[in-house]
Write a protein that binds this ligand. Structure first.
Ligand code: ZN
Length: 481
């Protein structure tokens, strides 16, 4: 990539249920990355997309269960996701909805181009179909005749569908992965991705309309509708001009894509094959975040009673603290248990006792000594160099999307500030004014750096901290819990 624009997108969650903690993780991670790069490249050079996937049989059934018109139903849940973003400070540039008319047109254009390329064909298909997965599943995958992910028996289906010739791109994708060893994070998932590519089969991408009235019409065949994810995946490029604005598309694509562990096949293989089919570059980066596990360290499930609700957590601790814990307490690229004790400890030690405490100490001293603390010319060179070199380290983590590691280093920087103040005793009556002024300006500089670097993670508190530091006004940002 040689342009300085950066495009980042989450996956689009299905709107058949309330947002869960996994959505929260993905959304806040993407938001933190977006905020960081906006601060580096300028707001206008970063585009951050989120949205909702609103088609499919699951949605259709759910709407009927709730006694709502389907459009009404998806509107309601799309709004829930928008509110959810607002609650957790997810400052997106665009909220993409696949029931939107513009999306239909762009998805149909995508289909046409794959078809022109010779990658779409029609064939009769029969098999076992899991509504939960929105796909046919093979005998091999079944456990006791049931879908292992949904625990339900698949439906027998026999119909004529369109297929996408993913097998055309097997060698191409293997070569791509081979020559782009850094494209997927975490690295250890590379083998899994390779294996999925090696096992590629052509995939069914349409359904009979009579079975699925809620979907996008296949071009030139009104009896068929898009298979839900074939339409949804195209959102990643539609939103930046695919089919409508080639110039814009070239400006922003390829982009950075975030997704969860159950999504590697779609994002890393099928979507990459679709991109190759229409002649677009592959994604710039594929970031597979971990799974938020229940407090007992196992996958959350209603039946196990270990489900953590982001809304409950927000009510209990406040949105920013939950956000902080998701970004810092949950490793960015691996599975981890959500534990309230860890949340409390981490919040108290890092934000209340370290960062917040340092801010209070410095402002308090500056006030009582009558010292201004925002004079960069008074910062000692050695001190500045040390802070700047730590900043570099932290930024290199951010540049590599390692949010939790970046946060760990920011904590070290604040801790160093607290040790420095204890060692230098700027409250001592023996200290002359100039020395005291230097010490406090050193710390002001350090705090300014901490605030800037923490901003992608705890944006609200940091904007308050910034104002307090600039005005030299006391503030309690983080009450201990
Ligand atoms: Zn299933």
């Amino acid at each position: 990539m040689n342009n300085k624009k950066l495009y980042i997108t989450t996956t689009l969650p299905y709107v058949n249920a309330e947002p869960h903690i996994g959505h929260a993780l993905e959304f806040v991670q993407a938001d933190a990355i977006s905020r960081y790069f906006k601060s580096k490249l300028g707001k206008e050079n970063v585009f951050f997309n989120v949205g909702t996937d609103e088609h499919g049989q699951k949605m259709f059934k759910k709407a009927q269960e709730e006694g709502l018109e389907i459009q009404e139903f998806v509107n309601k849940y799309a709004q829930r996701f928008k509110d959810f973003c607002k609650l957790f400070f997810v400052d997106y540039d665009f909220f993409y909805r696949t029931s939107d008319e513009n999306h239909h047109k762009a998805a149909q254009e995508f289909w046409k181009r794959c078809k022109e390329k010779g990658d779409i064909y029609k064939k009769r298909y029969s098999g076992k179909y899991c509504v939960g997965c929105e796909r046919y599943i093979t005998e091999k995958e079944l456990v006791d005749g049931k879908c292992p992910d949904h625990g339900t028996e698949p439906e027998e289906k026999d119909e004529e569908n369109y297929f996408f010739k993913l097998t055309n791109y097997k060698d191409h994708l293997l070569k791509w992965l081979d020559s782009n060893p850094e494209v997927l994070k975490p690295k250890q998932k590379r083998e899994e991705l390779k294996r999925i590519i090696e096992e590629i089969e052509d995939i069914s991408i349409s359904r009979l309309r009579e079975n699925l009235p809620w979907g996008i019409e296949v071009p030139d065949d009104p009896e068929q509708v898009f298979y839900v994810w074939f339409d949804a995946l195209t959102n990643y490029v539609n939103v930046i001009g695919f089919g409508t604005d080639e110039e814009k598309l070239n400006e922003w694509w390829p982009g950075i894509q975030l997704f969860g562990p159950d999504n590697l096949r779609f994002q890393g293989v099928i979507w990459q094959g679709m991109l190759a089919s229409v002649g677009l570059d592959h994604s710039q980066k594929l970031l597979e975040h971990g799974m938020v596990l229940g407090p007992d360290g196992t996958k959350m499930a209603k039946t196990k009673g270990n489900v953590i609700s982001p809304f409950d957590q927000e009510e209990k601790f406040g949105a920013e603290i939950v956000r902080f814990y998701l970004l810092v307490g949950i490793p960015t690229f691996s599975d981890s248990a959500y534990k309230e004790d860890d949340l409390i400890n981490m919040y108290n030690s890092r934000l209340a006792n370290n960062f917040g405490n340092l801010l209070n100490r410095v402002i308090h001293l500056a006030q009582s000594k009558g010292v201004e603390i925002n004079k960069e010319e008074l910062v000692e060179q050695d001190f500045k160099r040390k802070v700047d070199s730590m900043r570099e380290e932290i930024e290199s983590y951010y540049n590599d999307y390692e949010i939790a590691l970046a946060a760990g280093k920011i904590d070290e920087l604040a801790d160093w500030g607290n040790k420095y103040i204890t060692e230098k005793e700027p409250w001592s009556k023996e200290l002359d004014f100039d020395t005291c002024q230097n010490i406090l300006n050193n710390l002001g500089y350090l705090l300014k750096t901490v605030i800037e670097l923490y901003s992608p993670i705890v944006p609200e508190s940091c904007s308050k901290a910034k104002i307090a530091l600039e005005r030299n006004e006391k503030i309690i940002l983080f009450n201990k819990i």
